[in-house]
Write a protein that binds this ligand. Structure first.
Ligand code: BG6
Length: 503
């Protein structure tokens, strides 16, 4: 084992058990519980981060028994947990923590006995995860209070869609805050739970190297891309939302905040969120007059991804939605009006059915002020820092070097390449693993505060309104490409290009 391996091993394999908990999951039969929550909790259980003294209590209208919920959890683990972590003995112990209550929060006559499952012990953390539609958040919170399940130290977890605009987001937050205080509310943006996203904090604030050059004097522009190959037409919710609300308002805005914020004084929840909020509030409004110049929306047509034909968005939609103008792609240019970032564009690009699945942040530095290499082959190119969020997690810093060997001074670009997979040999935890247990730890740093969420909507709403008011349809792009030609034009008008290949 070399030095880096020894160092990384000793730090990364620390598993600190959390306090025992009662995790009440409303929406226990739904997709989020199945695909994300149960696999994430299983992994944490497998690693010994909690044990049988904790309880997972499923709540839903579906008439399941404890045994049905346990059976469903076994199936979810079989389907969504990597084979090498499926251990029958561990699974038996894990599902023994599961119980279930049939409950309809919209109908008082159909309230089951959730109270009978909750423990009164103050050492047992009580958390309510609302994996249900946002219009049920209000009634569910009231129900929790009315039935006596509320405790001042209980936590409630909610996640998107937290509204479809500022007004609806305020309404949802008002309903939740009638019962729960802000320090009890955990608003999930699962991008904040991704290892590589948290690594942005380490990169920026645990190294001295970057901060002096992290500003408009040295950075030319930033690109934030989240490209997906999956389609969206069969997801009922998506057509109401579109890429702007589904990805930009939350995940991409959060990435922007972590790149652009001032160094927080501490990693305390409010210290960090105060800085993110300042970024969101400094975003220059995109007005109806600008929207055509600095935003592009697209919708995919049929095409091919990795040699497989895929249908168009329209073909995937149910009959009653055909003709939809919902965007499945967005590119836009954001600007932050403060001293650090004035004049530095942040280009966003996200879409479904793109050529490949890749999320990354590219920090493009400026040119050197003067080149001394009058007689060299190859001109110096500006440095680039690439943070690969997924799937090949890592960080690459492109530098100019002398091409080795005789033949005079030849300059070429080469990366310092930190691949997480090659450096760290442990599995990378899924975002929900970290977030679900941060709720139990009472650690809100990686959750969105209400004012952040509302500031992001304040920036998004005018874009959405301008699009809705326009008679233009989203630009077409073939599935398997990088989006509509307008997205290329958006950045090329500024004399720049999208980053596509590192090599
Ligand atoms: C979700 C969006 O929040 O994030 C989806 O609703 C999107 O449309 C997903 O596919 C992307 O998450 P990840 O973790 O796969 O990058």
């Amino acid at each position: 084992m070399n030095y880096i391996e020894r160092r990384t091993k000793s730090v990364s394999s620390r598993i600190i058990p959390v306090q025992p908990f009662d995790y009440v999951v409303f929406g226990a039969t739904g997709d989020l519980t199945k695909r994300k929550l149960i696999p994430a909790l299983y992994h944490r259980f497998y690693d010994g981060q909690f044990d049988e003294h904790s309880r997972i209590i499923g709540v839903s209208r579906t008439k399941w028994t404890d045994a049905d919920f346990q059976k469903a959890a076994r199936d979810d683990i079989a389907q969504f947990v990597e084979k090498e972590y499926q251990d029958e003995k561990v699974i038996d112990r894990f599902v023994s923590t599961f119980s279930y209550v049939v409950n309809d929060v919209t109908d008082e006559a159909k309230w089951g006995d959730l109270g009978g499952k909750l423990r009164d012990d103050p050492k047992v953390v009580r958390a309510f995860y609302l994996a249900i539609a946002p219009d049920l958040f209000g009634p569910t919170c009231e129900y929790i209070k009315k039935k006596g399940y509320y405790r001042r130290d209980a936590r409630v977890v909610i996640e998107k869609p937290l509204g479809h605009d500022l007004a609806s987001s305020i309404a949802i937050n008002d309903e939740v805050s009638r019962i729960f205080e802000e320090d009890q509310v955990y608003r999930i943006d699962h991008y904040l739970g991704k290892e590589t996203v948290q690594n942005l904090l380490a990169l920026r604030f645990a190294n001295i190297l970057f901060e002096p050059v992290w500003n408009s004097t040295h950075i030319d522009h930033v690109q934030i891309s989240v490209a997906e190959t999956v389609g969206a037409g069969t997801r009922g919710y998506y057509d109401e939302s579109g890429a702007l609300r589904d990805m930009v308002q939350n995940h991409m805005a959060q990435l922007l905040c972590l790149v652009a914020m001032e160094p927080p004084a501490s990693d305390g929840a409010n210290a960090l969120r105060d800085e993110k909020l300042k970024v969101l509030r400094s975003l220059q409004p995109i007005t109806a007059a600008d929207v055509g110049k600095v935003t592009v929306r697209g919708q995919y047509r049929a095409g091919s991804i990795d040699g497989q034909s895929v249908p168009s968005y329209q073909d995937e939609l149910p009959e009653d939605k055909k003709g939809s103008k919902t965007e499945t792609f967005v590119a836009l240019k954001a600007e932050i009006g403060n001293w650090r970032w004035a004049g530095v564009p942040f280009y966003f690009r996200t879409g479904k059915r793109l050529a490949t699945r890749a999320s990354e942040i590219v920090i493009q530095f400026r040119d050197i002020p003067h080149s001394m290499f009058d007689h060299a082959e190859g001109a110096p190119r500006p440095n680039r820092l690439i943070i690969n969020i997924q799937p090949d997690e890592g960080v690459k810093m492109f530098l100019m070097i002398k091409d080795p060997g005789p033949g005079g001074m030849r300059l070429r670009e080469a990366p310092l390449d930190l691949s997480f997979a090659a450096t760290f040999h442990e599995r990378t935890p899924e975002a929900y693993e970290r977030l679900l247990l941060d709720v139990i730890r009472g650690q809100q740093t990686l959750f969105m505060r209400r004012d952040e969420l509302e500031a992001a909507w304040r920036w998004i709403d005018p874009i959405r309104n301008a699009w809705d008011a326009s008679s233009d349809a989203p630009q077409a792009y073939a599935a398997g490409t990088w989006g509509p030609s307008g997205a290329v034009a958006l950045i090329e008008r500024d004399g720049r290009t999208w980053h596509e290949d590192d090599n």
